[in-house]
Design a protein around this ligand. Structure first.
Ligand code: 3AL
Ligand code: ZN
Ligand code: ZN
Length: 458
């Protein structure tokens, strides 16, 4: 009789069609069956009574800063943190490391480090920056998930924002390559102009910071990118959108048939500008946390299905760079350290607003897999990769320095009490994380390349 490697028994399985009490059979890293009661012989059993089995999260937006700034995060700690948060595949952004991932050589160098050090699977973004247009084709053919560009100044001299000409050339090329351009959409002209005025006036408060990155800066950048997408045919993915007005523009463009997806991050849904006022640099990010009314609008938009997916934009740094005794709010590094909490945040919102769990699975796994061509991932289905996040609603999870796996423990999320807990994370059939501990050895993660180059229209 055939022997399975693992059976997950008696769990509530989050299938695209809804929750079902099912057993899941796993062999050689794949899901071989999803049945009411699997009685086959097996090497291992996970008793998931009273637990929910989500597809492993796919986080399309993290910054691990390796090579070059691995003292900021790195694949070793970063991937453990993702596993502890139920994430089985993450896409690392092309900036914050040195070199930036803007050439094939840099992509391969990063892939090598990821394969050596990552506990879960990963994909790699390539960058679009002034001067690397001739590298895009090689990056695409070498396995980049897509390309990322900044419309605002990055705060990181190794990765320059695009000017409009670079953007147009890049978009034309990326469209030809059948890839997707991810955009950090805030207007450099508006944000830099406002920042210079604050600097001249010596104004450095939380309110001043918010005023330098107004919603209109996001809207202007989004609108311009949409026009360029219409002109060039380039598929776009808007990262960390933080305003209802920007979503309005994106909705109009989608209705016109443009190939566009959009994400927001958990921190824009759980937190607001009051937290920047209270907590200072640890809550600094760009776009900034918005006022409470905007936060509420974003939650409504999420519930209404206006965001395709959720990501973390985990963008940490050593505490020195956020130390208020050394740097003021304008000088401190901007970025939220929270890669462990996206799925937990989504489940918290789901329980609070009665959002079905299959919708959470759509935002955190299925939509990213479909958008970026990961055909073996994103759903719990026979033949698919055995990637799972196992969740208990009987336990809460209060974030402490001890249970946060990031390299640096300072985080906006510190002390937050989630009404749910990740009790297990399984990547291609291997139990990577169980009840607070990383079980798997290093270098289990595989570099995931998109299966098909052709981009699926959402
Ligand atoms: N470079 C980088 O990681 N920037 C990120 N930080 C942040 O707050 N927003 C970003 O885009
Ligand atoms: Zn960004
Ligand atoms: Zn980012």
């Amino acid at each position: 009789m055939e022997q399975l490697d693992l059976i997950i028994k008696n769990g509530s399985v989050v299938l695209p069609s809804g929750l079902e009490k099912m057993d899941i059979g796993i062999k050689d890293g794949k899901i071989t069956e999803i049945e009411k009661a699997i009685t086959k012989r097996t090497l291992n059993i996970w008793d998931a009574t009273n637990q929910y089995i989500f597809p492993g999260m796919i986080d399309v937006h993290v910054h691990f800063s390796e090579p070059g700034r691995e003292h900021w995060e790195g694949f070793h700690t970063g991937s453990q943190m993702m596993a502890a948060g139920g994430c089985t595949t993450y896409f690392d952004m092309p900036l914050n490391g040195i070199p930036s991932t803007v050439t094939k050589e840099a992509l391969y160098e990063k892939a090598k480090l990821g394969k050596e050090k990552s506990y879960v699977d990963f994909g790699l973004w390539g960058g679009l920056v002034p001067g690397n247009e001739s590298d895009l084709e090689e990056l695409a053919h070498s396995g980049a998930i897509g390309f990322k560009a900044f419309l605002s100044t990055t705060g990181n001299k190794e990765f320059e924002a695009v000017d409009d000409r670079t953007l147009l050339n890049g978009m034309k090329k990326i469209a030809e390559l059948g890839k997707i351009l991810a955009l950090h959409s805030e207007s450099a002209a508006i944000t830099n102009w406002l920042k210079e005025q604050k600097e001249q006036e010596g104004k450095i408060s939380a309110d001043d910071y918010l005023e330098t990155r107004p919603i209109i800066a996001e809207v202007e950048a989004v609108e311009r990118a949409i026009q360029y997408s219409e002109l060039t045919g380039c598929p776009l993915h808007f990262v960390h959108i933080s305003s209802a007005k920007a979503i309005e523009k994106i909705e109009e463009a989608k209705a016109k048939g443009l190939n566009i997806t959009v994400e927001t991050c958990a921190h824009y849904l759980l937190y607001n500008h009051e937290h920047l006022r209270e907590l200072g640099t640890v809550a600094k990010c760009a776009p900034p946390l918005r006022e409470k009314e905007e936060q509420e609008k974003l939650i409504t938009l999420l519930i209404d299905g206006k965001f395709d997916m959720l990501s973390s934009d985990h963008s940490p740094c050593p505490y020195d760079l956020k130390d208020p005794n050394v740097y003021n709010l304008f000088e401190a590094w901007g970025g939220i350290s929270g890669g462990q909490f996206t799925l937990l945040s989504a489940i918290e919102l789901a329980t609070r607003y009665h959002i079905p769990f299959e919708q959470v699975a759509m935002w955190t796994a299925q939509a990213p897999a479909e958008r970026f061509g990961l055909s073996n991932k994103g759903q719990i289905k026979v033949g698919g990769d055995a990637d799972f996040a196992i969740v208990s609603l009987e336990d809460s999870f209060i974030v402490t320095k001890e249970n946060f796996f990031a390299k640096h423990k300072e985080s906006l999320y510190m002390g937050h009490a989630f009404p749910c807990k990740i009790v297990g994370t399984i990547n291609r059939g291997n139990i990577i994380y169980e009840n607070g501990n990383i079980l798997e050895q290093e270098s289990y993660g595989e570099w995931i390349k998109p299966i098909k180059v052709e981009v699926k229209t959402p």
